[in-house]
Design a protein around this ligand. Sequence first.
Ligand code: SAM
Length: 226
Amino acid sequence: MTIDIISVQPQMFRGFLEESMVARAVRKGACEIRIRDLRDYTHDRWRKVDDKPYGGGPGMLMMCGPWFEAVESCLNGSPAEGRRVIMTSPAGRRFDQRMAEELSRERHLVFMCGHYEGFDARIRTLATDEVSIGDFVMTGGELASAAMVDAVVRLLPGVLGGGPAATASESFGRDGLLEAPQYTHPPVFRGMAVPEILLSGDHAKIEVWRRAESRRLTAERRPDLI
Ligand SMILES: C[S@@+](CC[C@H](N)C(=O)[O-])C[C@H]1O[C@@H](n2cnc3c(N)ncnc32)[C@H](O)[C@@H]1O
């Protein structure tokens, strides 16, 4: 998979690409990530990417010119099949695990990180998807893109140690429910004991307990998922 991320703050991705699980995925060859500076697609000495909105209003909007050149340059030579261009926006479709799985099956992803008051509406025509990571407003699309890239890349074959089983039993996994509570050593910590069943070695019974806990927790915290 090839992932392009277009941003006016490309340096924000330094730690993400050098230290994270995503860095490991790149080293393993599961994906290639290219960070593009939107200002490299400007043609004036100020490298201007924004201007005042027509009709008035606060703040500045991102201009069409640099965005069209940047996205077209990413897509140059990339077949339309298996390709998605994702515009980050609080007004977009809400990102979730199902979308992460959907994107993990594509071949080429382009993430567009907005800034200021957002994009000139015509820039939307470049995108296949307009996506939000939640009902709140951030100053830029970099953290939204990083969150989505992380969620997608960990699903790529060979990235996680446990393979497909590692993600199937997680929250929002195979059955769409929240994950059952998990415990590790020691068996008792400050008077809090690990449930007896998990120490029993009876894997069939443990599976039944986990399913029941998963349903209980989901009903309690996220009934909308049931
Ligand atoms: C300050 S926001 C613009 C908000 C826009 N004026 C609005 O009211 O919808 C600047 C940029 O941050 C990104 N952004 C902010 N919140 C986001 C969210 N919840 N999900 C995805 N991207 C977000 C988008 O790229 C957006 O263009």
